[in-house]
Design a protein around this ligand. Structure first.
Ligand code: AHR
Length: 498
């Protein structure tokens, strides 16, 4: 029996809703087909955006969306994606499959998508192959409501009102696809570029928030990158990114997304849990330069990366999504919650049809992946206060792999309702859990359960093979309650206290 202690009186900080963010790149079928089908498509759409996908994402409470990349961002020239569609420049998407990019989805379309989703915007600017002027004019184009060449151009292109840019990324992976820079070089470039990210005042909106500026952060465990960028440019940024993908073996043997054995399952989860070490170690370096934790760690690319589905374009990164992915999402989101003092936003890669997607589409069909269900189950944590919680630890040992059996986090919302999310990583053993409150006792507990075999997934023929059900079997006692977590399961509980 595992014991979880929760102290409802000890609030440890806000879990930013942005931890549940996502990422949409011009890559494969994420934007085109997945999100945007165009106004003339037979697939039901509003201003070109798929209604089925938009509705599902609203239900999942998607808080923020990053766009246009990724590696694509440092090749993207925003002027190519505005104005009449028929005259927009066509280009080759050299990074992703060498396909034709007709720029029919550009700034106005992204802003329209976010408007329909009711989510915040995270725009990633081009440093690798762009210029300071190009980036600064993009910001002017999007956000200025006065008279200026760029604001006037936006109006001429159909948007009288300015758009809201909540987050702006200054380059992407500039240690790699974004220009192969050294950390020192990037840090100086960052200082220069960010100078021209202007916060235009608005007469109509005097409370307009400044744009949150995000510097390109490290690849996985490149701690020297964090050290140098923080040292040289730390005081000019609001956030510093981190990219970490869960690769089960190595880049040349990523393995099948759906066909794997139990040792491979644990290896994947072991790799995913490395996120906590990365947050701690990058966080410790950031603490040296920013003891007050003013600079957020922004994990704006994370998730599983497997071999693409057989028969699909290798440049499209289309992979299926099993209960193993759900467990990766569940344990990672619990880690993010517990580190909400430093981690201020996270964006799983990617939203639709790419890598660890929450939605897959095929023509007019759409399915929700197990990862989608986890995000929806965890949504009550958004903007809630993290509670102190501690688990009597149990570990699973499988070959060389050692992983925690259960990952948890707990939060309380403004109405006093406590959300507890639990992930039982064991492939084959249920776990009896006792939940004990340091003070007070529970009046009622309701919950949702997601469980299945480790390799189970949804298909277009059986879209509900993996879905949530109502949790049963909670036994209340004076100090708390007990329940059983099935093997390979995720549980989200809503607790009302007496
Ligand atoms: O998400 C796919 C790619 O992974 C992104 O374009 C890039 O930033 C990262 O290497």
């Amino acid at each position: 029996m595992a014991k979880l202690y929760i102290n409802p009186a000890m609030k440890l900080g806000k879990i930013n809703k942005e931890l549940y963010g996502n990422f949409s790149e011009h890559l494969g079928r994420c934007i085109y087909e997945g999100l945007y089908v165009g106004e003339d498509s037979p697939i039901p759409n509003t201003n070109g955006m798929r209604n089925d996908v938009v509705n599902a994402l609203k239900e999942m409470k998607l808080p923020v969306l990053r766009w246009p990349g990724g590696c694509f961002a440092d090749e993207y020239h925003w002027e190519d994606g505005v104005g009449p569609k028929e005259s927009r420049k066509k280009m080759i998407n050299t990074h992703w499959g060498g396909v034709l990019e007709d720029n029919s989805f550009g700034t106005h379309e992204f802003m329209e998508l976010c408007r329909q989703l009711g989510c915040e915007t995270y725009v990633n600017a081009n440093v690798g192959s762009g210029t300071v002027r190009e980036m600064s004019e993009w910001v002017e184009y999007m956000t200025f409501d006065g008279v200026s060449p760029m604001a006037d151009l936006r109006r001429a292109n159909g948007s009288e009102e300015p758009f809201t840019v909540n987050y702006l990324g200054v380059g992407n992976e500039n240690w790699g696809c974004g220009g192969n820079m050294t950390p020192e070089h990037y840090a100086n470039e960052y200082r220069r570029y960010q100078t021209y990210v202007r916060n235009y005042p608005s007469e109509k909106n005097p409370d307009k928030k400044p744009i949150y500026k995000i510097a390109c952060g490290a690849n996985v465990d490149d701690f020297n990158w964090t050290e140098q960028v923080m040292k040289i440019a730390g005081r000019y940024m609001d956030g510093l990114s981190l990219h970490y993908y869960t690769i089960t073996d190595d880049w040349t043997h990523k393995g099948s997304a759906t066909e794997f054995d139990v040792p491979t399952y644990y290896r994947t989860l072991g790799r995913a849990s490395y996120m906590e070490t990365l947050i701690n170690r990058h966080g410790a370096i950031m603490d040296k330069y920013d003891a007050d934790k003013k600079v957020g760690l922004i994990v704006d690319e994370w998730g599983t990366w497997f071999d693409c589905e057989p028969g699909t374009n290798p440049g499209f990164l289309y992979q299926q999504n099993t209960m193993r992915d759900a467990m990766v999402a569940a344990l990672t989101l619990n880690i993010f919650n517990k580190h909400c003092d430093r981690v201020k936003m996270a964006n799983i890669a990617q939203l639709v049809n790419v890598l660890q997607a929450v939605i897959l589409t095929e023509g007019e069909k759409m399915l929700l992946t197990p990862t989608y269900h986890v995000f929806k189950m965890y949504a009550p944590h958004q903007n809630a206060q993290l509670l102190d919680s501690r688990m009597e630890l149990e570990w699973i040992e499988n070959g060389n792999e050692k992983v925690r059996k259960v990952y948890e986090s707990a939060s309380v919302n403004e109405a006093g309702e406590i959300t507890v999310t639990l992930a039982n990583l064991s492939a084959d053993e249920a776990e009896s859990m006792e939940i004990v409150f340091a003070e007070g006792s529970a009046a009622s507990v309701t919950g949702e359960l997601l469980t299945g075999k480790i390799t189970e997934y949804n298909t277009f023929e059986h879209p509900d093979a993996v879905k949530t059900t109502q949790l049963t079997g909670v036994t209340m006692n004076e100090k708390g309650f007990s329940l059983e977590l099935p093997p390979c399961s995720v549980v989200s509980l809503c607790v009302k206290m007496k």
